[in-house]
Each structure stands twice: as structure tokens, then as C-alpha cells.
Design a protein. Structure first.
Lengths: 212, 212
DNA sequence: CTCGGCTTGTTATTTTTTTCACAATATTGT
DNA sequence: ACAATATTGTGAAAAAAATAACAAGCCGAG
């Protein structure tokens, strides 16, 4: 395998997840070897883009043949850092948080929620979807003990910034934020925002433009 | 106001939502006029980027002064197509779908869910979060009647493609898809995917890289 | 009214990302 | 063994996007 190249496009990283999903699908269909075309067929990504993306990390295929599905899956997982189970904390067990607790899409990608927190005294101690809900006041204790560095934030928008700050102080370095607010955090903490309204606006904008 | 320029970067469109959110916040704080710096202070976007983005659509500010918050809000809403209420259908009232039905972040941006559908006979006819759940078999009828062209898809991954296809046939032109699958649809139908696992993978990748 | 401090809008430049073109390698059939 | 075909991997070119540089306009003080 060749050495890592210095600069890897942001977009390449984002697409690796897509490739992983596609590969898992091919594996389910008992396909052992697949070409770049097979892998990208149902993604909105060209096969050249795919090969270029992979080339930043090395050569994983065999010319004239394609890619070993299982092998490439493992390689991409290794690149993404999801080759071992990732332990994740969920903070905010409201309606959305509850739904996320029982989201079935995580295990397949080695993502595992291992702790759930809420501020509501009525919820604390209760079991929800198999998780015992802890008080937010125990954030530090549990996160340190479990060595968690990734969190899902699904608290109300009013408390999002405060809780996010608290998470950062406890050593959390990556936050998936569902609150519609741009979190201000030390720059060594990574944030990814899931903003439903914004996504819809984007769609509506495209819709509108397509009619002009 | 100058005429529209031909090509508008994808990214510009995406950022307009952010600006809108920031403007609404400033308005709440009784700020009538704001500079590009004020508006982008809490976004990860430079003030130059902001002005550049707006310049694709016209000049909305006053040199030496800044932007009228209310006015600019309206202008961006007009650009995005959310200046009037958008009627949206939600398909799939499982745990996630239910959470979305009561999501409070939509009205502020003129987004309104007006119909909810599910395939489960036990749910049909029931009221959930104020919505009467309709059978998916009535999709066409209701969507035509209400003139809906935007839908949120939160059905299980197995049925996502089928239901999406059905939506497209009913005249839906934009789908916000929560199922972890890349939908194949006529190319005049816009799809935006919300993929929680993928977002987490992206974060974990950054985390990993930052340590090297 | 004019100067100096601000802030916008825009053209030019640089950087980043995608696409193209093609060499290199494997496989299959004859 | 060799031609025909399939497919990867990668430098070079093109396209897209971000940043820099700066002209132009507004405001308030004197």
C-alpha cells in the first residue's frame, strides 16, 4: 500500500460512508468481487470519482477485475475508524432522542450508544429502549469511566450550547448535533449538524429553481 | 437590484439557510440592522463569503451600514421559496416519524406538515400529535387534493424505495429521506438524505485524522 | 462640506475538487 | 501465446469554489 497523500478532500471522506453502505449491500447479495461501476451504480457518484477517492489511501483493487467486497469493506472501515465498535453517548432523551435510541441503522456500522442522559428528573432512572437514563449531572463521571469521545446531542435548542460545552469539558471530541443552533466550541471539537428545516429549505430551493 | 447570475454554487444555496437562521436570531434580539460580520459571527462562514453569496442574487445591503434584518430575511425566504407556507406530507409514523411530527423547528421557517401516512393498519385512523394518520393507500388522493409536492420519508429501509417511487408518481418533487438507502427516482425528483450513521462516521474519521 | 472610519459589492487570484485521458494490469477465448 | 476485453490507478486539464484585494458608497464629526 502506498503512503498517505497529504491532502484529502473533505468530500472524499463524506463519500467513503456511501461506499461502505454500497459494499455492505453487495455483500448481502453474495457478491464477492465488484467493479467500481458496480459499487457506485446506485450512488450519485461516478466510478472515476470512486477510484480517485480510494487512490488517496492506496490501491485496493485488482486491474481488470475489481475489488474484493469484504476486503474493501474492512479497509474503508479502517480508514474511517469504525473497524472497532465506537461507543457513543446520547444526551437528551426527548421524542427525537428516544427514536435515536432505537435506531436500527447503527450496529451495522459499529456504532453503539452506550449511555443516555436527560435533565428531566421524571425520566432519570427510568429504562427506555433498554437504556437506563442517567442524570446530566453524571455526564462527566460516566463519560470518563466509559472513555466516550463521541456524543449525539438531542436536547432542546435552549440548552444545546450549554450541554455541548459541558460535553467538551468532559473530553467529548465529536458531537452530532440535532439542535437548530450553531454550537460554539473549542476548535478541537468536531461538530456535525443535522438540521431538518435547513435540508427542507435546500430541497424547496432546488424545486423552485427547476421551474424557472 | 441586478439581474440573476447564471451559475449559483451549490454551497451558496446550502448556506442561505444558515443565514436565515442567524437573521431570525438577530431579529429576536431586537437588532434592526446588522453587518455581514454580525450575521456570520456564530456561523463557520466568513463575512466575505456571506457577501459573495448574496451577490449572486443582488445587493441587499447599504454600504457603510449593513443589512436591514427584517428585509434581508424576507429576501432570502423569497430566494429559497419559503416566503409562503410550504405544505409537507410525512410518510412513515414510526418512532422517528412521530418525533418529526412534533418537531417545533418547522413553523418558524414556514414549513408545515399537513398529512401523515403509515402502512400499519393499527395506526391508521389514530390521532398522533394532532395528526390523523392516513393509510398509504390514500397517498395519491390526499397529495393531489392538497397539492403537496414535498415529503418527508421515514419508513423502514425495506419499503423506502417503493414508497418513494409511489410519491414520485403522485407528483411529489422533493423528498427528505431518512431511510439509509440511496433512492433511485426520476431525475426531476430531488432527494436529500439524512443519514445519521454516515454523519457519525464522518465525525469519527475527523477525530481519527486529528490524532495522527 | 469634507475627512476618516466603516461596510458593501465585485473583479481578480488562488485553492480545491472533479473530470478527462490513458498507461498498466488481469482475464478469457482461440 | 496472443489478441480482445475489462478494469484499475493516476498525472494533467478543467471546473468550481473560496479568498483576497480593492473600489464605491454611507455616515457622523468637526
Amino acid at each position: 500500500m502506498r503512503p498517505l497523500k497529504r491532502y484529502i478532500p473533505q468530500e472524499t471522506a463524506r463519500r467513503l460512508s456511501l461506499y461502505l453502505r454500497s459494499l455492505k449491500m453487495l455483500d448481502q447479495k453474495k457478491k464477492a468481487v465488484a467493479s467500481s461501476g458496480d459499487i457506485t451504480r446506485f450512488l450519485n457518484v461516478s466510478s472515476v470519482q470512486f477510484r480517485k477517492d480510494l487512490s488517496y489511501f492506496g490501491g485496493f483493487g485488482k486491474r481488470g477485475v475489481g475489488y474484493e467486497v469484504r476486503l474493501l469493506t474492512k479497509e474503508i472501515e479502517k480508514i474511517l475508524g469504525t473497524d472497532a465498535v465506537r461507543r457513543i453517548a446520547l444526551v437528551g432523551v426527548g421524542k427525537l432522542g428516544s427514536a435515536l435510541l432505537s435506531y436500527t441503522g447503527f450496529p451495522e456500522f459499529n456504532l453503539q450508544i452506550v449511555a443516555a442522559f436527560d435533565a428531566d428528573p421524571d425520566k432519570i432512572g427510568k429504562i427506555k429502549r433498554g437504556f437506563k437514563i442517567e442524570s446530566i449531572s453524571r455526564l462527566r463521571e460516566v463519560i470518563k469511566k466509559e472513555g466516550i469521545e463521541t456524543a449525539i446531542l438531542s436536547v432542546p435548542v435552549e440548552s444545546a450550547q450549554k450541554v455541548a460545552h459541558e460535553l467538551a469539558k468532559c473530553g467529548v471530541r465529536a458531537i452530532l448535533n440535532f439542535a437548530p443552533v450553531n454550537l460554539t466550541l473549542p476548535k478541537d471539537v468536531f461538530v456535525s449538524n443535522v438540521d431538518m428545516a435547513s435540508e427542507l429549505e435546500g430541497l424547496i430551493y432546488k424545486l423552485k429553481r427547476s421551474k424557472v
